[in-house]
Design a protein around this ligand. Structure first.
Ligand code: GCO
Length: 466
């Protein structure tokens, strides 16, 4: 445990949260009218998920949400980011609303509010109803109206108590891994023209979702989204390097699906980035009248999921990145992601400069090799150090004038980590996936102290990772 050096706290009113998603924690995949999602289907494809894991039980949070919310309350968190499962709410994806499905989320919301925890609801965190995928999924332009109907059902039921909303979680990843690499559901490997069309529809669905929330919310809504943040960090404080890092952060790069601007520029600036349009050429989607205006619905914050960052590629590197893996022996998480705390300084800073919105870090955390030690505790010192370093950098960004307003740790519980199954443990709470017992890790207690002191217990200044 790092010695609690008293240092500057985060600003008053800073949001201290934890995050999860429906398919990764709920289980109960057939309970109360829920129908299949693309992840139920994908996990049944032999060989695609480590260990043949699936989400049938997961953390069984569908049945244990009260206990989990008690643990969130004992943490002192004032916000909980979770997602609603589309196939629970509208079985089959379109048509009749399933009252029992919505009733579950009402119970979750009421439990949170009873404990003075603000619900932050993600409408789409990857569990697309299987029937919609059969109709083309994100490739079908009708998904915009399908998503609108789903969003309206959720907002009409919950918005008298929920005011914070995310439309989509990480379009770069659900499109990139699901429709390009084939490593996530639905396991497709589309041509560039096709995944770009799917992305176009996803951005339109985002915009339509914002409209629906604003039209039907019963409380004034605060609306954003949660894309992944791809951050290039300078390798010094040289202003030219910082400018080059900024440029590289917002470049379309090799034209793959994981970048910032192909998604954020339409959503916030109202147009696709020029470098992307040049690179994609005829593969770029045909935009119909009104498409870009629909995408560009005003949002209230930029939520961003940042876990790591790249290092600046200097001209003398001949455009080649210092590949993450060549930094000999550089610290990495169990997912092989470099520990790059400065990504939580430069990412929020660069994003706010470009898009002018308040920033919330809506996911940050690491997979580490956690197990219950002989003393019955989980001594996850790597997570403690990780959290301390990343939050130290986020606080530095806030002190330097970046309007960063909150942090949601990923995740409250060890959970189903997509193609990795249950082997990648991201939780502040250890889950025994045989007994489903929860064991708060050392990092849970450290995050509780951080929340109590609003960061004043963090080291006074960041210590470079080595
Ligand atoms: C994502 C998803 C989460 C992941 C987490 C760890 O960012 O990929 O939002 O569902 O579990 O990021 O990979």
């Amino acid at each position: 445990m790092i010695a609690p050096l008293h240092s500057t706290p985060f600003d008053d009113g800073f949001i201290w949260g934890v995050a999860s998603s429906s398919f990764q924690i709920e289980g109960a995949v057939s309970a109360d009218g829920r129908t299949r999602s693309i992840w139920d289907d994908f996990t049944r494809t032999p060989g695609v998920v480590k260990g043949g894991d699936h989400g049938d039980v997961a953390c069984d949070s569908y049945n244990r949400y009260e206990d989990d919310i008690d643990l969130i309350a004992q943490l002192g968190a004032n916000a909980y980011r979770f997602s609603v499962s589309w196939p629970r709410v509208i079985p089959g994806g379109v048509g009749a609303v399933n009252d029992a499905g919505l009733a579950y989320y009402e119970r979750v919301v009421d439990s949170l509010l009873e404990r003075n925890i603000e619900p932050w609801v993600t409408l789409y965190h990857w569990d697309l109803p299987s029937e919609l995928e059969a109709k083309g999924g994100w490739m079908n332009r009708e998904i915009v109206s399908w998503f609108a109907d789903y969003a309206r059902a959720v907002v009409e039921r919950l918005s008298d108590r929920v005011s914070h909303w995310f439309t989509l979680n990480e379009p770069q990843i659900f499109l990139g891994h699901g429709y390009v690499l084939g490593e996530h559901a639905p396991g497709k490997k589309l041509a560039r023209k096709d995944w770009l069309l799917a992305a176009h529809h996803a951005l339109m669905a985002h915009g339509r979702g914002v409209q629906i929330i604003r039209e039907h919310a019963k409380k004034p809504p605060v609306i954003g989204w949660a894309p992944v943040g791809s951050v290039t960090c300078p390798r010094s404080d040289d202003p030219d390097e910082i400018e080059l890092a900024r440029t590289q952060t917002f470049a379309i790069g090799d034209g793959g699906p994981v970048n910032n601007t192909w998604y954020a520029d339409p959503v916030i600036l109202g147009h696709y980035p020029e470098d992307g349009l040049r690179l994609y050429g005829d593969d770029a989607p045909t935009t119909h009248v009104g498409d870009m205006e629909l995408m560009r619905q005003p949002i209230d914050f930029y939520g961003v999921n940042i876990y790591s960052g790249d290092l600046l590629r200097r001209p003398e590197d001949n455009g080649h990145a210092p590949p993450r893996w060549t930094e000999r022996g550089y610290p990495r998480t169990m997912f092989d992601w470099p520990v790059r705390p400065e990504a939580l300084y430069w990412g929020p800073k660069f994003l706010q400069e470009r898009y002018g919105l308040p920033v919330y870090v809506t996911e940050n955390g690491l997979a580490s090799m956690d197990w219950v030690h002989a003393d019955g505790q989980v001594h996850d010192s790597a997570r403690i150090d990780f959290i301390s370093r990343y939050l130290g950098e986020l606080r530095r960004a806030q002190a330097d004038g970046v309007d960063v307003r909150g942090y949601f740790h990923w995740s409250i519980l060890d959970n189903f980590e997509w193609a990795e199954g249950y082997r990648m443990r991201f939780g502040l709470i250890y889950v025994d996936f045989e007994t489903l017992e929860r064991v708060p890790k050392d990092s849970y207690r450290w995050y509780r102290k951080i929340i109590e002191t609003s960061g004043a217990c963090l080291p006074a200044s960041p210590v470079p990772v080595r």
